[in-house]
Design a protein around this ligand. Structure first.
Ligand code: PBG
Length: 342
């Protein structure tokens, strides 16, 4: 009923004459909750963990404050706690004894390797949680690359053959989801065919469809001990950070080859890519909030430069808003605790 006075757009009592005031919906907690478009739930979280040799062993990763490498027994205990919090799945990464690494990454095919030991034990002790394993050779190669090499060159097709065998070894040990993170061409189709032929038609593939050659993987490479070993960079197989259309091509190929779920990695700097893939393909789409993203938040929080808990929850919420169905995050357990506490 306010009358505007002249062209100032003000009502008689001096208030701006605004038919739309978005702040009305934000004026109290109850209404903010009511109109919230996306919510983060424990069901959205995947927890990446690092396993090491030995027993009853936990060691911190200096560049990932709050993250520990765990021996298989400790990992099983930690995963049981994660399951109790309602976390649906964990992703396993090994710190391979440097003495067991070679140029071919043969340890990747050893059914007794750390990841396989962890798979068997966790499957037995915590059967309700989903087990995701990374397919790529970097934790096992002396040169730190994800593939086989001839001189300086990464051999695509020969690598794919090895990756199929790695996936089969993992499936046999109990992996529920195979997550190829190597970025070789054609690996999803080859792994799908290999799994189907071996009777693992139920094993899912979560493809790292759009994985960028990123500086944000630094702390992860500390955690699995590949940083010093890595010769050169991964730019001939991981994607160029300048590209978005190419992410759509990668996703399209992976879907055609049989990927059940897509992943974008890193996460926060690539939320536009998450949105593009979700909108275009309508597939279950995940983002990996990688080690460097986690480390940045933790380091700033430790310095008192930002509120770590709030930044953690906000960053995770942002993935949901961008269209992600879930997030791989080193914050998974902390975030689950916070979500449970309400
Ligand atoms: C290796 C792999 C990497 C990550 C997951 N799988 C590192 C890399 O490609 O060098 C990084 C995860 C993180 O930074 O948290 N295939």
């Amino acid at each position: 009923m306010h009358e505007t006075i002249g062209t100032t757009g003000r009502t008689r009592d001096g208030a701006l004459d605004l038919p739309r005031r978005p702040r009305r919906n934000r004026r109290a907690d109850w209404t903010r909750r009511l109109v919230r478009e996306t919510t983060l739930s424990v069901d959205d979280l995947i927890w990446p963990i690092f396993v090491i040799d030995g027993a009853k062993r936990r060691e911190p990763v200096a560049s990932l404050p709050g993250v520990e490498r765990m021996s298989v027994d400790e990992a099983a205990r930690a995963v049981a706690d994660a399951a109790a919090l309602g976390i649906p799945a964990v992703a396993l990464f090994p710190f391979t004894d440097p003495a067991a690494r070679d140029p071919e990454g043969s340890e990747a095919l050893n059914p007794q390797n750390l990841v396989c030991q962890a798979l068997r034990l966790i499957k037995r002790e915590v059967p309700e949680i989903g087990l995701i394993t990374d397919v790529a050779l970097d934790p096992y190669t002396s040169h730190g690359h994800d593939g086989l090499m001839e001189g300086e060159r990464i051999l695509n097709d020969a690598t794919v053959e090895t990756l199929v065998r790695q996936a089969l070894v993992q499936a046999e040990a109990g992996a529920d989801v195979i997550a190829p993170s190597d970025m070789m061409d054609g690996r999803v189709g080859a792994i799908r065919a290999g799994l189907d032929e071996a009777g693992f038609a139920d094993v899912q593939i979560m493809s790292y469809a759009a994985k960028y050659a990123s500086a944000f993987y630094g702390p992860f490479r500390d955690a699995i001990g590949t940083k010093k070993a890595l010769v050169g960079d991964k730019k001939t197989y991981q994607m160029d950070p300048g590209n978005g259309d190419e992410a759509e091509l990668e996703a399209e190929l992976d879907i055609a080859e049989g990927a059940d779920m897509l992943m974008v990695k890193p996460g926060m700097p690539y939320l536009d890519v998450v949105r593009r893939l979700k909108d275009r393909f309508r597939m279950p789409t995940f983002a990996y909030q990688v080690s460097g993203e986690y480390a940045m938040i933790q380091a700033a929080a430790q310095n008192g430069w930002l509120d770590g808990d709030a930044a953690m929850m906000e960053s995770l919420q942002a993935f949901k808003r961008a269209g992600a169905d879930g997030v791989l995050t080193y914050f998974a357990v902390e975030a689950a605790r916070k979500l449970r506490a309400g």
